[in-house]
Design a protein around this ligand. Structure first.
Ligand SMILES: NC(=O)c1ccc[n+]([C@@H]2O[C@H](COP(=O)([O-])OP(=O)(O)OC[C@H]3O[C@@H](n4cnc5c(N)ncnc54)[C@H](OP(=O)(O)O)[C@@H]3O)[C@@H](O)[C@H]2O)c1
Length: 325
């Protein structure tokens, strides 16, 4: 089978496409024919050696997939060959087949394409955990989302709206803001001029946002700390801008606010039952038409480098998906 491999840390162009032996499912595992692989910023970090956990070389990048069941390992029940499934797998999605633990798989609902399903494990999983378990977002509260047309950001806009919040979407271009508005944002802010704090205050009667979802980091984070409301929660999601900001802890005191860490991968491994409950709710929202995961760009497997560059160069809107077959 074909696989795109990372054999040494480097840019997307340093990956290589090779023929490798197909994996075989052991007891409790399922062999999946990968149809689509949804990309996430962590894939970009992983191939460069900048992610918090690194698989041994050689590895295929690609943290989440959707496809069809090709074969069942011993003792697997509840799935049959040909079933449409999706899963978050950490890495390995840039390959025509992967082996996945049966308990990590989920069936793809009829209402969803394989491309959509390949891109929801990380984005909606992270954003729902962040808003529900970590921020305890309440209906009627104001939610500010940075990077609001990116993968996790757009999911946060849709989920925040579905949870009854007033959503302010912030992003760097008019095109991205239009996408966030279509996904349900009530208000939009263009921060391409570097200004965020005053624009948020202007939209919140000077109070600031109750919950701030920040996957961007960098210089905007300091402004988030200055436009969060009394008792607010600032969710630390990631650092797509590159720099890891410092927290001025006097502001935590002055606002009686919280800076809240979100590490979805670690939480879903520690609390698999709660994570599965969250996903049931996410899929219900999709079936009710209250969320509609956006695939913004699709690439064939041979164009893996261009697909990764789309994220690295800040061009991604919604999900970037690689069609593996
Ligand atoms: N905590 C967790 O459990 C968890 C889980 C998944 C992902 N993450 C993190 O969340 C962040 C976003 O991931 P994603 O997959 O949603 O990525 P994405 O689709 O590429 O979105 C990232 C957004 O960040 C903004 N951005 C600002 N400066 C950027 C730069 N120099 N390069 C690229 N983007 C830049 C862009 O929006 P604008 O152009 O509008 O600013 C972009 O839409 C990453 O840091 C990732 O590691 C965290």
């Amino acid at each position: 089978m074909k696989a795109v491999l990372c054999k040494a840390f480097g840019p997307p162009e340093s990956l290589v496409m090779e023929d490798v032996p197909a994996p075989e499912p052991r007891a409790g595992e399922v062999l999946v024919d990968v149809h689509a692989c949804g990309l996430n910023f962590p894939d970009v970090l992983m191939i460069q050696g900048k992610y918090q956990s690194q698989p041994p070389f050689p590895f295929a990048p690609g943290g989440e997939i959707a496809g069809t069941v090709a074969a069942l390992g011993e003792g697997v029940e509840g799935y049959a060959v040909g079933d449409r499934v999706f899963a978050g797998i950490g890495f390995g999605g840039f390959a025509e087949q992967v082996v996945v633990k049966a308990r990590a798989l989920k069936p793809v609902p009829d209402t969803m394409t394989l491309q959509q399903a390949s891109g929801i494990s990380t984005t909606y999983g992270t954003s729902y955990y962040a808003l529900k378990q970590r921020a305890d977002l309440k209906a009627g509260e104001t939610l500010l989302v940075l990077g609001a047309a990116g993968g996790v950001g757009l999911a946060a806009v849709e989920l925040g709206k579905a949870m009854g919040a007033r959503v302010i979407a912030a992003a760097s271009t008019a095109e991205k803001l239009e996408v966030a508005r279509k996904a349900g944002a009530d208000e939009v802010i263009d921060y391409s001029d570097g200004e965020l704090k005053e624009k948020v205050k202007a939209l919140t009667d000077g109070k600031g946002a109750d919950v701030i979802y920040d996957p961007v980091g960098g210089e905007l984070f300091d402004q988030c700390m200055r436009c969060v409301n009394w008792y607010g929660r600032v969710l630390v999601i990631g650092f797509a801008a590159g720099d890891i900001p410092k927290v001025p802890i006097n502001l935590i005191l002055l606002k009686s606010c919280q800076v809240v860490g979100v590490f979805y991968g670690a939480w879903s491994a520690r609390c698999p039952d709660e994570a599965a409950d969250n996903f049931r709710e996410i899929l219900e929202l999709q079936q009710q038409g209250r969320i509609d995961p956006l695939v913004g760009a699709e690439y064939p497997l041979a164009e893996y480098a261009e697909a990764l560059r789309c994220l690295m160069e800040r061009r991604a809107i919604g999900k970037v998906v690689v069609n593996v077959r």
